[in-house]
Ligand binder design. Structure first.
Ligand code: XMP
Length: 520
């Protein structure tokens, strides 16, 4: 079955991914492509409609993104958003100029003409604007359909099946944005709501089965959502010809090494090889205090351990009667795919993140990336539909370098043990208060600061620990979470009385930006 697809051409707006996410909420598949792709690539997807995104440039700039204007004659319905509107106007014979009335933020828009795009919407819309250009003259055949106090807000040419708005329907501040996008996708483009979790699971399992044939695959498990869902999907396709590798890097959370193994084997039925390399990592980390250096050490060591193990497994396959074809499963997500092909190129790195499983190159493993079309919230939805336990699906993100980036200064076994205890208390109290799923992350950080305290009649001189809890949509920006005082009180008194070596607890009230979520 061919699923209905809407193609989004990305002109570089910070909101482009949101357009795809919103459309997928209608169970319609949508793909983001850089605006520079060839028309053939767009046509190959057989789209029901095309959306031209917003973007930071001006259409009259010499370095305006070089999209092929022939996209405007593709013959499927088109929706232009902000820069997309300007692109249509500019290339179809109208005029766009820099505006004296730049609009940023909330605005009110009056609908001034009946249009299929606005069907069922109130006459006044609350919208989100973000533009510095305006349209002076419309191309022939177009008419004005909406106005803001300062400028034109909507146009269309229904005979050519083109619609455009100056505001951003994909941003939550545009209250009727979802209805507008739905009108476009379902009514105008005639999409079916056929991109469902069941459909995704079925087609992915079939594809993986066909890809791998009677070969074998290996997968690095971190215990987090992405690698677990990827592993379960692949295991559905090839059963125990998938071997998962789970490495203890010495900086996991309390009891995590044992717990993840039990869940993966007993609840998910995965074939797991667990490698206890904790000491090996801690030895390499001795004396390392620089955060980026810690990441590098852990990243390199991980690849070394993973490679050793993968080689052993691959040799084992080759010795058996199976074909010596080996595959590596990776939990790459759609935002990484979009990012790596974006018009801007990969974004500036503030912290060098590394994920599970480097690619052991000399083994010539081929990649399977079953989640490369999905956003994080969609991975959770698929996990739920695969019957995976909430304990895994709802897990808060945990960085690859683990507790090492939450122990400021040198990482030692003693400090890891101390932080594991404090962290377990934070998570336990947050869960008890029913807040675990409401916050994006909640954890403890061990500070290299000693202060004086008093316990019983004894003076203490011990470490400080910081509690960090943030609310976020995607980890890119975050607000510190206003945890109830009672929860903070419980966390603080438990840590000080239960964790030897910590006598003071502080709460981090820094948002991102200007802070980051992790301390290192
Ligand atoms: P920051 O600290 O950059 O974190 O605001 C944003 C999100 O990324 C996670 N994080 C990492 N994840 N390897 C990872 O796999 C890393 O090195 C790393 N550093 C930060 C962090 O937990 C948060 O969710």
């Amino acid at each position: 079955m061919d699923t209905s697809t809407v193609v989004i051409l990305d002109f570089g707006s910070q909101y482009t991914q949101l357009i795809a996410r919103r459309i997928r909420e209608f169970n319609v598949f949508s793909v983001v492509l850089p605006c520079t792709v060839s028309l053939d690539r767009v046509k190959a997807l057989n789209p029901k409609g095309v959306i031209l995104s917003g973007g930071p440039s001006s259409v009259y700039d010499a370095d305006a993104p070089a999209a092929d204007p022939a996209v405007l004659a593709l013959g499927v319905p088109l929706l232009g958003i902000c820069y997309g509107l300007h692109f249509m106007v500019h290339h179809l014979g109208g005029k766009v100029v820099a505006s004296d009335h730049r609009e940023y933020g909330h605005a009110e828009v009056e609908i001034t003409a009946e249009s299929e795009l606005f069907r069922g919407l109130p006459r006044t819309l609350e919208v989100w604007m973000s533009h510095g250009d305006e349209t002076l003259a419309l191309p022939e055949g177009f008419r004005r359909t909406a106005e803001s106090a300062n400028a034109l807000a909507g146009i269309d040419d229904e005979s050519r099946r083109m619609w455009a708005v100056q505001f951003h329907p994909e941003v939550a501040h545009t209250r009727q944005g979802m209805e507008l996008l739905k009108n476009f996708c379902m009514d105008i483009c005639g999409c079916e709501a056929d991109w469902t979790p069941e459909h995704f699971i079925q087609t992915t399992v079939e594809r993986v089965r066909a890809q791998v044939g009677d070969g074998h695959a290996i997968c690095g498990l971190s215990g987090g959502v992405d690698s677990s869902v990827a592993a379960v999907l692949v295991a559905r396709a090839i059963g125990d010809r998938l071997t998962c590798i789970f490495v203890n890097n010495g900086v996991l959370r309390k009891d995590e090494f044992a717990k993840v193994q039990t869940t993966m084997r007993e609840q998910l039925g995965l074939n797991v090889v667990a490698v206890d390399a904790g000491e090996r990592f801690l030895t390499k980390l001795a004396g390392v205090t620089d955060p980026e250096r810690k990441r590098k050490v852990i990243g390199n060591e991980f690849i070394a351990v993973f490679d050793d193990e993968a080689k052993r497994i691959v040799d084992h396959f080759a010795a058996g009667d199976a074909k010596d074809v080996a595959w590596l499963v990776q939990g790459t997500l759609y935002p990484d795919v979009i990012e790596s092909s974006s018009v801007h190129g990969p974004s500036h790195t503030i912290k060098s993140h590394h994920n599970v499983g480097g690619l052991p190159e000399d083994m010539k493993l081929k990649l399977i990336e079953p989640l490369r079309d999905l956003f994080k919230d969609e991975v959770r939805r698929i996990g739920r539909d695969l019957g995976m336990p909430a304990e895994i699906i709802e897990r808060q993100p945990f960085p690859g370098p683990g507790l090492a980036v939450r122990i400021l200064g040198e990482v030692t076994a003693e400090r890891v043990a101390m932080l594991q205890e404090a962290d377990a208390i934070v998570v336990d109290e947050i869960k008890k208060a029913g807040l675990y799923r409401k916050v994006w992350q909640s954890f403890a950080v061990l500070l290299p600061v000693k202060s004086v305290g008093v316990m019983g009649d004894q003076r203490t001189y011990a470490n400080a620990c910081c509690v960090r809890a943030v609310e976020s949509e995607d980890g890119m920006t975050a607000d510190w979470a206003p945890l109830p005082y009672e929860v903070l009180r419980a966390i603080s008194s438990r840590i000080v009385s239960e964790v030897r070596g910590i006598n003071r607890v502080v709460y981090d009230i820094t948002s991102k930006p200007p802070g980051t979520i992790e301390w290192e």
